[in-house]
Design a protein around this ligand. Sequence first.
Ligand code: FAD
Ligand code: SF4
Ligand code: SF4
Length: 469
Amino acid sequence: MPNMSLKRNPMPAQDAKVRSRNFDEVALGYTEEMAIDEAARCLGCKTMPCVDGCPVKIHIPAFIAKIREGDFEGAYQIITESSSLPAVCGRVCPQETQCEARCVRGIKGESVGIGRLERFVADYHNTFATLPPVKPTPNGHKVAVVGAGPSGLTCAGDLAKRGYAVTVYEALHVAGGVLVYGIPEFRLPKRIVAKEVETLEALGVKIETNVVIGKTLTVDELFDMGFEAVFIGSGAGLPSFMGIPGESLKGVYSANEFLTRSNLMKAYRTDAQTPIMKGGRVAVVGGGNVAMDAARTALRLGAEKVYIVYRRSLDELPARREEVEHAMEEGIEFCLLSNPVEILGFENPDDPRDARCGSVRGMRCVKMELGEPDAKGRRRPIAIEGSEFEMELNTVVMSIGTSPNPLIKSTTEGLETNERGGIIVNEAGLTTRHAVYAGGDAVTGAATVISAMGAGKTAARAIDEYLSK
Ligand code: FAD
Ligand code: SF4
Ligand code: SF4
């Protein structure tokens, strides 16, 4: 008999007051009993609408049926036929707009907690599985992958499983891309990403860190080294700024820099040498997942007050609902329908050597109202005349978007990009340059982990078809 409860099993979580001052994971994961009980809510629909909502088409009813039987390893095997990073996707995928949005249990009540079940299965496997993955027989072909984010790692994993000798070149000193330098520890612990990377290495994938393609080596040199195809998964790490006065003051960061300093360079640790602004009053400008991560990180670094400054209303906020709720529970204040016009700096005409000179002291904003919908259907924010106000601040974090870095394009003949800097590809992920493929944020601009993984899979299939001709 299915469990016909209208409500899903809640996710155990750290208390909001306690977690707002530590970097430990917020969501604690289902127990075996909770997972089996939640799995019993799945009706095993023959038409599988949930699978249509998953960009990598995981066989959702089949893996949930295995959980119900208590065969967690069997569930893991089904998930990993389609996904190479299940512990990551179970945590950060926007499930509520993808697989879970299509679940029939969501028509009357709450959808099955598909993401939570996926996370449970992956964590169970990572804790208890002892057998290393079977190394495939080499097929004699060599492929290079640029970037060790979700798109590059997925492409590398899928090719390695088919017997290719794959080397991933990563600019940073650690593999994982945004999963390690962007998404904070309290949402996605680094050990989870490290474990997924280890699994790929056990399959034979070689990862060379501290290699910047376009500087250390070029794409042409990769071909000279004997690679027969190249996949570019270099992401969209170039931050945008508003172009308002005061953005070069001390204490203004891009969200990428702020999060990288905290996550990857361990600035939050008392023994770390990496400087970062801690404490004081912080405003994060923007309303996406990245803005929520930066605001919640600032709080954990010791800020006395953290604001999200966003020019539209709560209804238009693009971040995942769950992240917004968590941020609110932790005490972050939402300053909505507000837009910065100037960041104000500290000056001391009596003593220009005053160490505070040139640092942020506040931000001037204007109140907004929503007008007619724009081309994307979102109501356009319009400044209200005479509504300017000032906020007293010590740090401003700009989180208004990123775009692909032009370095690889500028050092590779024949690689075309669109007006937003995205690499142009066909439906198989092939770029305008022969044997060079691309996918993930480098093509689409900032998107999601699962769409990047999907693109990595598509390109791996196309590379395999090209090289096995
Ligand atoms: P990336 O993850 O950006 O990886 C690209 C890699 O390439 C990086 O490691 C980079 O160092 C490397 N690289 C770049 N240039 C070079 C070069 N020239 N040579 C060698 N290596 C290079 N998505 C979700 O689905 N859910 C979320 O909750 C979520 N939260 C996010 C929070 C933050 C703070 C950020 C920044 C993003 C978030 N995203 C989220 C978006 C998601 O992380 C990205 O869409 C995804 O990581 C894109 O994967 P990718 O492989 O294309 O690129
Ligand atoms: Fe849902 Fe994402 Fe898992 Fe697909 S990968 S089943 S969309 S949580
Ligand atoms: Fe189960 Fe929901 Fe998918 Fe039906 S739609 S198979 S109930 S997860």
